[in-house]
Design a protein around this ligand. Structure first.
Ligand SMILES: [Zn+2]
Length: 445
């Protein structure tokens, strides 16, 4: 691997601002086309493979295997997305689309939006495949590269790729996409780095609470107007959170990390299965992130009432953003909300998708991933978990029971907090390890 060249490639691609925006008229299609042209220039061997443009901007490559049928994994999909969230906030230490290379030694970094999420992952895959092609490697089965162009907004590109693969009868033995990273200190009492491999992610729904009452002039308000009914409903949701429960993958996570925890905590984690009730209640009280792991969450994000200062609302509406725990459904979450807010409130589902199936935590794909992690990150142990955020990977459950959400980067808390915020940057050593990880993983495919 030519490390200096790999770094130059990442810098060049950060400089092309492929920004996704919810308002599609604000997206510059020419920039996305320029990015794809640059990709073809930087990775000529990958582009000599069969490839196509799908869903208006996403890229699908097929690296043919020799189909030896030796009972290994079957086809694999390596995923990334090349759009980024905007970098409109001021205060960046180095320009968001500058791709600056700063510092030296272990602290040398590439700066800019997408350095980690997800151009870092994209380049890690491309560098590894380009190198393997140069070595003359042929995988056992087909390897697909799936690069979405609108993951940060609607994710329709990745969904279109899955539909295409499905129509061609492709079943994948392994799918890998962004997700958990290699982290330290995520759980109290756990020592050393843990590779967090997402087996699934929470479902999501948008639910409106609607209160209706006769309107009138604000000078003569009657009790229990629409806004008051709505406020009561919102408070009821706050004081009646959904039940805390430790899902099967969360139990598996605690059991996996227990090897790295000593004392009382180690004992607790080792007995997570028998102690699932009390552990769920402890986690629900330990802070917003831990609570989100053990329950369906509801957050009221938007409110509307009347249009005028002096007009009583005839309709007051609250939008609730609901994140649904693994093992539950949109329907169950809706029913819970209806029970809590009562009959005076209309509960309307605006959009929703159930949590995707949980991927397998054993078998050839999990083993291949674990071996690649062990070789490249020797002090690290793999652990399953459920992702709290939604990702493009959810669509791939339709064609695979082994969809893993894993970013092969060791990231500090500060680096993770810079995602979707200011000062996103990646350590060069982290990026190079990511390339090594994918190059090693290719040997398993
Ligand atoms: Zn991302």
């Amino acid at each position: 691997m030519d490390a200096a060249l790999a770094v130059e490639h990442l810098r060049a691609l950060i400089r092309i601002p492929t920004v996704s925006r919810a308002d599609e008229t604000q997206i510059d299609a020419e920039v996305f086309a320029r990015f794809r042209a640059e990709l073809a220039r930087l990775y000529p061997r990958v582009h000599s493979l069969e490839h196509e443009l799908v869903g208006g901007g996403s890229l699908l490559f097929r690296w043919p295997g020799h189909d030896s049928g030796d009972g290994r994994l079957g086809p694999a999909v390596l995923m990334a997305h090349y759009d980024v969230v905007p970098a409109d906030e001021p205060g960046w230490t180095h320009p968001a689309f500058g791709g600056d290379l700063v510092g030296d030694g272990a602290e040398q970094r590439v700066w800019g939006r997408g350095a980690i999420d997800d151009k870092g992952m994209l380049c890690s895959i491309l560098e590894a495949v380009e190198a393997a092609l140069a070595e003359g490697v042929t995988p056992s089965h087909d390897v697909y590269l799936s690069f979405g162009h609108n993951e940060e907004t609607q994710g329709s590109g990745a969904a279109a790729i899955v539909s295409l693969l499905e129509s061609r009868g492709v079943r994948a033995g392994l799918v890998i996409d962004e997700g958990g990273a290699i982290v330290e200190g995520l759980l109290p009492g756990v020592e050393g780095p843990i590779a967090m491999i997402g087996l699934s992610e929470k479902g999501i729904a948008g639910v409106e609470l609607i209160a209706e009452k006769q309107g009138g002039h604000a000078a003569t308000p009657a009790p229990n107007g629409a806004t008051v009914l709505l406020a009561r409903a919102i408070l009821a949701l706050e004081t009646h959170p959904s039940r805390a429960r430790l899902s099967e993958p969360s139990i598996a996570m605690l059991e996996a990390v227990s090897a790295r925890a000593s004392g009382v905590r180690g004992w607790l984690y080792r007995h997570a299965r028998t102690l699932r009730g009390p552990l769920a209640r402890i986690m629900a009280r330990s802070g917003p992130e831990q609570a989100a792991v053990v329950r369906t969450t509801r957050a009221v994000t938007r409110l509307s009432g009347s249009a005028g200062d002096n007009v009583l609302a005839e309709r007051a509406i609250a939008m609730v953003n609901v994140r649904i725990e693994t093992g539950s459904t949109v329907e169950a979450a809706l029913n819970d909300i209806r029970t809590v807010v009562g009959d005076s409130i209309e509960v309307r589902l605006v959009y929703g998708s159930d949590p995707p199936p949980v991927s397998r935590r054993e078998g050839p794909a999990w083993d291949a991933l674990s071996r690649a992690i062990a070789d490249v990150f020797p002090r690290t142990i793999p652990s399953p978990f459920i992702m709290i955020q939604a990702s493009d990977a959810r669509h791939f459950s339709r064609i695979s029971d082994s969809v893993y959400r894993f970013l092969p980067f060791d990231l500090t808390l500060g680096e993770r907090q810079a995602l979707h915020a200011i000062d996103e940057s990646i350590r060069v050593s982290t990026y190079l390890d990511g390339i090594r990880f994918f190059r090693r993983l290719i040997d398993e495919l």
